[in-house]
Write a protein that binds this ligand. Structure first.
Ligand SMILES: [Zn+2]
Length: 163
C-alpha cells in the first residue's frame, strides 16, 4: 500500500535545523496522521506521497512549504485582554480573530508585567526544515476518520466523540 490521500500513516521522524541541530523528533512514538487533511506541513506531505512501509527518506522543506516566511511583525496586547486564568508563556500559540474575520494563530514572543508581545510568525517561519523520516504503518482511513478529517485510535487522535 502506498501513501495517498485518505491513508492513515504512522511515521518516525527527526527534524533538523539548517545548522544540523535537532528541533524535534518522534523518538519512540511514531506520529500518526490522515494524509491529505493538512495535519503536517505541505512540503513533508508532498514528499510522503507514494511511499511504502519501511521506506526511509530525507525531505528538505523550504519555508513556503513549511511554516511560511517570517514577517517580523509583532504587536503588544494588554494582559487584561487575555482570557481569564490564562498563564502566558513564550512560544505559546494563541487563537485570535484576524481583520478578515478568519481565525489565525499568534505566538507569544515577549512578556512583561502589563502586556505580551505576539507575532503571526510561527517559531519555525523562515526556516528550511530537514526531516529524516521512516514509514512505519499505512492503512486506509475509516469513514469516520474521513468525515472527521483526522486519524483515530491509540496511535492517532484520541477523543471521545462529540463531533
Ligand atoms: Zn474524530
Amino acid at each position: 500500500m502506498k501513501i495517498a490521500p485518505g491513508s492513515v500513516v504512522s511515521f518516525e521522524y527527526t527534524l533538523y535545523a539548517p545548522d544540523g541541530s535537532i528541533i524535534d523528533a518522534s523518538q519512540e512514538r511514531p506520529l500518526t496522521y490522515l494524509h491529505g487533511a493538512g495535519h503536517i506541513v505541505p512540503g513533508l506531505e508532498r514528499h510522503l506521497v507514494g511511499k511504502e512501509v519501511g521506506d526511509e527518506l530525507e525531505a528538505i522543506v523550504p519555508p513556503d512549504e513549511g511554516y511560511g516566511e517570517a514577517t517580523g511583525r509583532g504587536f503588544r496586547v494588554g494582559r487584561e485582554e487575555l482570557p481569564p486564568g490564562m498563564e502566558p508563556q513564550i512560544g505559546m500559540p494563541l487563537g485570535a480573530q484576524g481583520p478578515d474575520g478568519k481565525t489565525m494563530t499568534l505566538f507569544i514572543v515577549e512578556l512583561d508585567e502589563e502586556s505580551i508581545t505576539v507575532t503571526p510568525d510561527h517559531p519555525l517561519a523562515g526556516v528550511t526544515l530537514r526531516f529524516a523520516v521512516a514509514i512505519r504503518a499505512i492503512r486506509a482511513a475509516t469513514e469516520d476518520e474521513l468525515s472527521h478529517g483526522h486519524a483515530h485510535g491509540h496511535d492517532g487522535h484520541d477523543h471521545s466523540h462529540g463531533h
